[in-house]
Design a protein around this ligand. Structure first.
Ligand SMILES: Nc1ncnc2c1ncn2[C@@H]1O[C@H](COP(=O)(O)OP(=O)(O)OP(=O)(O)O)[C@@H](O)[C@H]1O
Length: 313
């Protein structure tokens, strides 16, 4: 992809003393304006991959290009073109939030005079403007998190990297961040790489999700495609009471279907209404059990992810 924002070819990172690579021959392209979800269990290699995209750590082998250049060799392009919001990125705790923004502005080679209006607009939107004079150590977790986002956006970067942007935020805070990032995409055409353990967040916001496990790409596809490919359809059968539920469960077991009971509802795994209903309704009729409702549920991206990474539990 010639005009991609990020191009990775056989990207590999092997840390010294480690037997297996943290990132193992990963190839992918990200186009301008896309929001990509990055999903993987702990230790999958997500942070290492993001570090290589930011040019903070060079790959052992393979090639990474961001805006067509090697980010480790062109730190200026990386510094102004990429805005990264990392949970663990340090602050000077004894300085005010504002001073931290001033320092970051200078580090990026910009003047506060030109950056200030935009920074204040973002801070205002995120409800942080009235707290900028406070020392960082006096800020709440949610305020610190929002400050990370203001800092990542100082240059109005073309590529925004969000590492767990809503960690520690309440539901309203998460929705605020989601709305804001959507606006950034629409207004500035920003490309976004979004890592989150809240998979619904990626389901709502990412056009494609890069699933990695043990350093390798498992799949890179739209959330709906992943659900279609790896997800299953299940039946929820409602009956009048626990006795009826037991009858349905026993019927499912005899038919070779896994089923679980909760109150007067039976969930039959990987089953379609048309395959199950004729025999099930006959059996229930013969056993004096009334079926009060039957519906189909499909797997969420979260369940699909657990299956894809072999962590179904
Ligand atoms: N600086 C380092 N030196 C040696 N090994 C490292 C280093 N950084 C990461 N690793 C190892 O590389 C592998 C991938 O780690 P990485 O932090 O990239 O995973 P992750 O997907 O971000 O995990 P998490 O979700 O827990 O943050 C792990 O086995 C980790 O122990």
């Amino acid at each position: 992809m010639a005009n991609g924002v990020v191009n990775a070819e056989e990207l590999t990172k092997r840390y010294r003393g480690k037997e297996t690579p943290a990132v193992d021959r990963i190839s992918f392209d990200i186009a301008k304006g896309e929001t990509i979800g990055l999903l993987g269990p702990n230790g999958a290699g997500k942070t290492t991959l993001m570090k290589m995209i930011c040019g903070v750590t060079p790959p052992t082998t393979g090639r990474i290009r961001v805006f067509g250049v090697d980010p480790a060799r062109d730190p200026v392009a990386a510094k102004t073109g990429i805005g990264a919001m990392h949970q663990s990125a340090p602050y000077d705790e004894m300085l005010s939030a504002l001073d931290n923004l001033l320092i970051a502005t200078r580090f990026k080679g910009l003047s506060w005079r030109t950056t200030r209006p935009w920074a204040m607009e973002v801070a205002e939107y995120l409800g942080l403007a009235d707290h900028l004079s406070r020392l960082v150590f006096q800020l709440s977790g949610g305020q610190r998190q929002r400050l990370q986002l203001v800092r990542a956006l100082l240059t109005i970067p073309e590529l925004l990297i969000l590492d767990e942007p809503s960690a520690g935020l309440d539901v309203a805070g998460r929705h605020q961040i989601e709305r804001f990032v959507r606006w950034l995409r629409e207004e500035y055409g920003m490309t976004v790489i979004w890592t989150s353990h809240i998979i619904q967040e990626l389901e709502r916001n990412a056009q494609r999700v890069l699933v990695i496990n043990q350093g390798k790409v498992v799949r890179f596809a739209q959330p709906s495609e992943l659900v279609k490919e790896f997800g299953g359809a299940h039946l929820l059968v409602s009956v009048d009471d626990a006795v009826g539920a037991k009858v349905v469960k026993e019927w499912a077991a005899a038919a070779g279907l896994a089923a679980t009971v909760q109150d007067a509802e039976v969930r039959i795994e990987n089953a379609q209404v048309r395959d199950v209903l004729p025999q099930l309704s006959r059996h229930c009729h013969d056993s004096g059990v009334a079926i009060s409702g039957i519906s189909t549920v499909t797997d969420s991206l979260e369940q699909v992810f657990l299956r894809m990474t072999g962590n179904e539990g």
